[in-house]
Unconditional design. Structure first.
Length: 320
């Protein structure tokens, strides 16, 4: 990921980097320059203490020698970016000096906030500051690996929370994105694979559910590992015609309706109203819209939730 050609600001790529761009043009970096940029943009704030930087990059140098080397890297980076420099520093700290500089860690945060979990997974799969790991030293590698572990844990926590919310609302099509991200974080974890398969099947995507299993088996058995019985049993269940049929007492089996798309927010609001029925009064929920827009389907989906179990539901229809 790099900025669009229209952008002339600095852009820092940490995942798969560190790399630095000005507009569409990549600025070559030495390993030490990349490590310094990684520490500043990949840390918790726009400023880092000089002693902390020295401890990560030059842990075996004397304090005076390490500070001199830090000054040299700052100067060379200043020259390479053709002024103004992207970083500035003194003997106490180093700071990001240009406002408006963007980076892919901010993109990662934005993607998590907006439930774009696939974007987060793709960034993590590139590795965090991987280009500087072997060239700089063990202390920097330990920091970068720990930082990546924190980001992975953050994605795992948010994706799991979102999946649980979707499960509660039976919003299986949205839940697929979270389940896929969780599996990509742990691609050898069969419990995550089963979560993907079950979620896709409930979203009305049995073919994709079986494909996830087939891809896993191909990689798993090539490594000499045996697929768990629970996983294979779920695959066979999803693949059977009977698993896809809806059976109601006294009626012939039928195929399920396709998943409801684009109505998660509306369905959740209705189910929230149904979750706490009034004790003495009536409650009216008005759903209006043009003919054929899907009002009846939305109501049907809302009433299919366990939140209405034990409640009496009266249905009526009318002609146009």
């Amino acid at each position: 990921m790099c900025p669009t050609p229209a952008s002339e600001g600095f852009y820092v790529q940490l995942f798969g980097g560190p790399m630095l761009f000005r507009g569409p043009v990549q600025i070559p970096l030495t390993p030490l320059q990349g490590a310094l940029i990684g520490l500043l943009f990949g840390g918790e704030g726009p400023t880092a203490g000089s002693q902390k930087i020295v401890a990560f990059i030059w842990p075996h140098e004397s304090p005076a020698r390490a500070r001199a080397r830090l000054s040299q890297v700052l100067y060379s980076l200043h020259q390479r970016t053709n002024r103004p420099g992207i970083l500035s520093g003194d003997k106490h700290s180093v700071s990001i000096s240009i406002e408006g500089t963007s980076d892919d860690l901010a993109d990662y945060r934005d993607a998590i906030q907006n439930q774009r979990f696939e974007t987060c997974s793709s960034l993590l799969e590139k590795g965090f500051c991987v280009q500087a790991l072997e060239s700089v030293g063990r202390q920097f590698s330990d920091w970068a690996e720990a930082r990546e572990a924190e980001l992975r844990q953050e994605l795992r926590r948010e994706a799991e929370r979102f999946w649980r919310a979707c499960e509660k609302d039976e919003a299986w099509e949205e839940a697929c994105h979270a389940a896929d991200a969780l599996f990509r974080l742990a691609p050898t974890d069969e419990s995550r694979l089963r979560q993907v398969m079950a979620t896709r099947a409930k979203a009305g995507l049995p073919v994709q559910a079986r494909e996830a299993f087939q891809d896993f088996v191909q990689d798993h058995e090539a490594a000499g590992r045996v697929v768990q019985k629970e996983t294979r049993a779920l695959y066979e269940l999803i693949g059977s015609d009977s698993a896809l049929m809806v059976r109601e007492p006294g009626k012939a089996p039928r195929l399920p309706e396709p998943p409801l798309l684009g109505r998660r927010a509306e369905r959740s609001r209705i189910r929230k109203k149904l979750r706490t029925p009034p004790r003495n009064d009536l409650r009216v929920v008005l759903i209006s819209g043009e003919a054929g827009i899907g009002k009846t389907r939305l109501i049907k989906e809302a009433l299919s939730s366990p939140v209405v179990d034990g409640q009496r539901v009266l249905r009526a229809g009318s002609a146009e």
